[in-house]
Design a protein around this ligand. Structure first.
Ligand SMILES: Cc1cc2nc3c(=O)[nH]c(=O)nc-3n(C[C@H](O)[C@H](O)[C@H](O)COP(=O)(O)OP(=O)(O)OC[C@H]3O[C@@H](n4cnc5c(N)ncnc54)[C@H](O)[C@@H]3O)c2cc1C
Length: 283
């Protein structure tokens, strides 16, 4: 059944303080609306009061400082794709932005919306995990910062209160990831929810791997950072036997399911193949 529009309240926030005051009164944020309006249209939105945060200047900019980049939660994929410093230093995030939905989605959809919607298949999540992103929340009670790796704790369950607004996503510019790799596997090149999205980064010195980070989407109830695989790889010399061992480790570490988009065995095989491909680029 479709929703009846006059049944809903929509207020456009004047500023962040106005938005957080409304959240305290039970309003929920809408940014680009590309996830939320799907629920609304289907009559499945579980609340009737929404506050638009899409045009708040505090949420729509990218600020580059000496040590980090702060991306406003309502920054769109198009802004990310076109941002020079992000392309230079955080190419995995820009690639993920470039293959999210269609161009229309990229013009409206925001990074903050992708994070808070909390789909395990979200395309930005593995890149954010590899870059060790930090999230900054704001509420009427103040500001809170949290490593993104601690945000999701079960399917669609997050370390976030209903009166909190995701304000910024912080990326450290001091990462030592000279090698970076990302792939999305889906049924087609655009408008496709991922069967698997895989991102990785590392440093390599004389074939010895260090600071390796491996993250995967669509293969567990939450976007997954593969710590066991990383532990196996760190400090080791890249070689065919190590790649084989890493393949077995990651195959055991992911927890894919069979659903409408793919099968458990296909997803596991793709993760193994992509990890092996990444490691071969280090040889
Ligand atoms: C046709 C189509 C194709 C798509 N393709 C892809 C794809 O390929 N890959 C992919 O990952 N996703 C895809 N999506 C999903 C969607 O576009 C993204 O998740 C997008 O980033 C959501 O951002 P938004 O600003 O539109 O969020 P909204 O729909 O506005 O909000 C989503 C949720 O986040 C909350 N929220 C938003 N911003 C904040 C904030 N700052 N603080 C607190 N809560 C907030 C909202 O309350 C809501 O619960 C697709 C969607 C559609 C309709």
């Amino acid at each position: 059944m479709r929703s009846f529009v006059p049944d809903y309240d929509l207020i456009r926030a004047r500023d962040v303080a106005h938005a957080t005051a409304l959240l305290k009164e039970g309003f929920r944020p809408i940014a680009g609306g590309t996830d939320l309006m799907v629920l609304f249209n289907a009559g499945k939105l579980p609340y009737r009061k929404v506050v638009s945060i899409r045009r708040l200047p505090e949420l729509t900019g990218v600020v580059v400082s000496e040590t980090s980049v702060a991306i406003g939660a309502a920054v769109t994929y198009t802004q990310i794709r076109r941002h020079e410093a992000l392309n230079r230093e955080f190419p995995l995030l820009c690639s993920a932005a470039s293959w999210t939905g269609s161009l229309a989605n990229q013009n409206r959809g925001t990074l903050g919306g992708n994070i808070v919607n909390a789909s395990p298949a979200a395309d930005s999540a593995p890149a954010l995990l590899v870059y060790d992103a930090d999230l900054e929340f704001v509420s009427a009670a103040g500001v809170r910062r949290l490593p993104y790796r601690d945000f999701h704790f079960a399917y669609k369950r997050m370390n976030m209160q209903e009166d909190e607004l995701l304000h910024m996503i912080h990326l450290s510019r001091n990462h030592a990831l000279s090698q970076q790799y990302i792939r999305k596997v889906g049924p087609r090149k655009a408008q496709a929810i991922s069967k698997v999205v895989f991102a990785a980064g590392s440093e390599i010195t004389g074939k010895v791997i260090s600071d390796v980070r491996v993250a995967v989407g669509s293969v567990a109830p939450v976007p997954l950072r593969c710590y066991r695989t990383e532990q196996l790889l760190n400090g080791r010399r890249v070689s065919a036997p190590l790649i084989e061992q890493a393949a077995q480790t990651i195959a055991a570490e992911v927890q894919p399911i069979t659903d409408i988009r793919s099968t458990e065995s296909y997803r596991r095989m793709v993760v193994v193949n992509l990890l092996s491909e990444f490691l071969r680029t280090l040889e």
